[in-house]
Design a protein around this ligand. Structure first.
Ligand code: SAH
Length: 358
């Protein structure tokens, strides 16, 4: 049972919000905001992304076309112009999912010196100088980001502007999802101080932090509502003999329907075998001897489908991709996205008055 104070009704009126969804991708942040109806009332949401596949997928699901402009060249003026049309009183939320490649273990680890960090640096410059400071902020990134100059820069500005903030490292497994996705999150509030906060420590156990005691991860079979009837339509997802005969295939992470964990699905899923996401073995129990002879498993091993990965990431069942987005691109977009349930709960924490000192 959950004994989580975040579930207590927030007695206050919903907060009127203007949302800037920077690096919006396929809209994981927007998806997570849908579950905050009691707490917030979104007046406007402005998504930004330079990737066309992201933007058509976003439009397809939310009926809003993101601003296809590079955040590298987004000026304070551009930002502040958004407020000209908005008359009603409101609070401002910034969500940020800056490109993680400069910070991943597999990447070049150049951090802020990587060109892909320019957009983040530019936004930090806006944060430092605008008079339209966000009231709330949520940033998400890969593990390692917490040790980067980027985090240092963000925290320095938050301190300078008198924000209170909490940092987390959360794995989606903590939310009883049979999928690992360990990510760094930082939430900040400009107006109020968090009750339960030791700024120096990154919270690494969400359930303990929230006094939640619910550890029962379902099997992949139950989680996906798996039925063998689906398999006939999934021929394209079976792994070819050619790939199985490659030496690199040994590194595949093979799971069965009765397991209750899969590794993180990255944007390299189906491209790289090692560490890019789990492979499903249909019909047999996982058995180490068999793993060595992969060819004999031909016809039994397949990739998880984009629809299944959407489910692991807790997008709602209606979420989909437009026809023009190839399966390969879908995997790429999903690999960059977020676990919606995790972020939904972080937002709940951020918007719940009970978590602040009055
Ligand atoms: N949270 C998103 C994922 C973000 S991944 C989701 O749920 O899908 C990072 C995104 O930043 C990518 O979609 C990438 O296209 C975008 N991006 C990278 N550089 C950018 C820039 N300079 N300006 C705007 N968007 C950028």
């Amino acid at each position: 049972m959950e004994s989580n104070n975040n579930n207590i009704e927030n007695n206050n009126n919903p907060i009127n919000l203007i949302v800037f969804e920077f690096f919006s991708g396929i809209g994981g942040m927007h998806e997570a905001l849908k579950f905050q109806q009691n707490n917030i009332n979104i007046i406007e949401i402005f998504p930004f992304d330079i990737n066309q596949n992201c933007n058509v997928t976003y439009k397809y699901n939310f009926n809003i076309t993101p601003y296809n402009i590079s955040l590298e060249s987004f000026s304070i003026n551009d930002y502040e112009n958004f407020f000209k049309k908005i008359k009603n009183p409101h609070k401002i939320l910034w969500t940020l999912s800056p490109p993680c490649q400069p910070f991943t273990r597999q990447g070049n680890q150049k951090g802020l010196e990587d060109n892909r960090s320019k957009a983040f640096i530019n936004l930090m410059n806006i944060l430092e100088n605008t008079c339209y400071l966000p009231d709330y902020l949520l940033l998400e990134n890969v593990k390692n980001f917490e040790n980067s100059k980027a985090t240092e820069m963000l925290i320095e500005i938050l301190n300078k502007k008198n924000y209170d903030y909490i940092q987390f490292l959360i794995n989606s497994k903590e939310f009883n999802v049979p999928n690992s996705r360990l990510r760094y999150y930082i939430i900040a509030n400009k107006n109020k101080k968090f009750k339960n906060n030791n700024k120096k420590v990154i919270v690494e156990n969400w359930n303990e932090f929230n006094n939640i005691n619910n550890k029962s991860i379902p099997t992949i079979k139950d989680y996906l509502n798996y039925s063998p009837l689906f398999e006939s339509e999934l021929k394209d997802f079976y792994i070819s003999k050619n790939i199985l005969s490659k030496e690199s295939s040994i590194a595949m992470d093979i799971v069965t329907l009765n397991d209750n964990s899969t590794i993180c699905f990255t944007k390299n899923y189906t491209k790289l075998m090692k560490g890019s996401g789990s492979i499903l073995l249909i019909g047999d129990d996982n058995n180490n001897d068999e793993k060595k002879d992969l060819i004999s498993l031909f016809g039994k091993l397949r990739y998880f489908t984009p629809k299944e990965i959407l489910k692991f990431l807790n997008f709602n069942d209606n979420f989909g991709f437009p026809k023009e987005i190839t399966i390969k691109s879908q995997y790429k977009l999903l690999g960059n996205s977020i676990n919606v349930k995790v972020v939904e709960n972080i937002f709940k924490y951020l918007f719940n008055n009970n978590n602040y000192i009055n």
